[in-house]
Ligand binder design. Structure first.
Ligand code: PSU
Ligand code: MN
Length: 319
């Protein structure tokens, strides 16, 4: 394990991850809030491990990010993923929470925002998740720090769009305001998590990993320091019925309002409600899309490593 130079001992990068980075090989970061707050045990653990396997199959090294006993870790052992997936007292850690969760010495699951931060410190440019946070529906100005992070941190987030419980159109506008490119992976419209989307145009379309890597390389190569969204739709055959999911979201939003669910509780509450209201179908879809995002992210990371001139990029030997 090595310490990140800018993080004074709070950041620890796993050996296989730091070796791959030092050799210029492909690495993909994975988040952990989806493990602790996104799905129930044991599907959360099997999905997290399946995402790591998908990244490896693509020829890249997976680096799941979490706070373990007071350290910000990049790259977890399988038993640590299991521990995160089983414990019921894991803190949901976004940017503002890192200081207090790290100093408290406990377990924490990093959101997209906090995972982007850790990935950037470690030197990882590609990250896969299910869906990003964004602008919530309604008038109370609940805007995820995921957008703040995308506007500041040079990491590409491969996802199936914003979570559909959000105001997806406003989220897309906010990304434009922040100067964050939204690249449709094989699509012209923004995917909406459990469905492949309808009418919100992405900034540009890319039909393969090499093209996406070239866009990212040029984005950062011209001096921009923002993140990027690579929007990869849920695989055909796994998408849910649009009306069913819309009804489940509506009833979830009503239940959240009735029970006074606020702040960081909102997203986990809605995901749990939608899973119950769809007889678990939303969760099966979530598992399928996040695994596919991990595979796509692996291919993009390999293409990016190849662009950076490493002939070892396709070896994918680390385990
Ligand atoms: N996508 C999923 N499941 C999740 C999340 C995203 O499929 O649990 C998590 C991510 O970690 C994301 C967070 O960063 O929800 C956003 O939470 P909030 O809206 O409170 O910022
Ligand atoms: Mn919020």
């Amino acid at each position: 394990m090595v310490d990140g130079s800018r993080a004074a001992g709070r950041l620890v990068v796993a050996d296989d991850v730091s070796e791959a980075l030092a050799a210029g090989r492909a690495v993909v970061a994975l988040e952990s809030t989806i493990i602790s707050h996104g799905m129930p045990h044991p599907d959360n653990v099997s999905t997290a491990l399946a995402c790591e396997a998908a990244v490896r199959d693509a020829g890249a090294v997976p680096a799941t990010v979490a706070v373990i006993d007071g350290t910000l870790r990049v790259g977890l052992a399988d038993d640590e993923v299991e521990r995160l997936g089983r414990a019921d007292d894991v803190a949901k850690v976004s940017l503002r929470d890192l200081g207090w969760v790290l100093s408290g010495g406990g377990l924490g699951a990093t959101t997209v925002a906090a995972t982007m931060h850790a990935a950037d410190l470690a030197g990882i440019r590609v990250f896969a998740t299910g869906g990003i946070g964004g602008v919530h529906r309604g008038g109370d100005l609940d805007v995820s720090a995921d957008l703040t992070a995308l506007g500041r941190i040079p990491v590409a987030v491969v996802c199936s769009g914003p979570k559909a419980v959000l105001d997806v159109a406003r989220t897309l506008e906010a990304l434009e305001t922040l100067g964050v490119p939204v690249i449709g992976q094989g699509v012209d419209v923004l995917p909406e998590f459990w469905t492949r989307g309808t009418d919100l145009a992405v900034g540009t379309r890319s039909d393969d990993a090499a093209r996406t890597a070239a866009i990212l390389e040029a984005h950062w190569g011209c001096g921009l320091t923002t993140g990027a969204v690579v929007a990869n739709p849920i695989p055909v055959g796994h998408e849910l019925d649009r009306d069913m999911i819309a009804a489940a979201i509506e009833s979830g939003l009503a239940a959240a309002a009735t029970r006074g669910i606020r702040g960081r509780e909102v997203t986990p509450f809605l995901l749990t409600h939608v899973a119950a209201a769809t007889d678990g179908r939303s969760q099966v879809a979530n598992m399928a899309l996040v695994r596919d995002n991990a595979a796509v992210a692996g291919r993009i990371a390999v293409a990016l490593a190849t662009l950076h001139g490493s002939t070892e990029a396709r070896v994918g030997s680390a385990g």
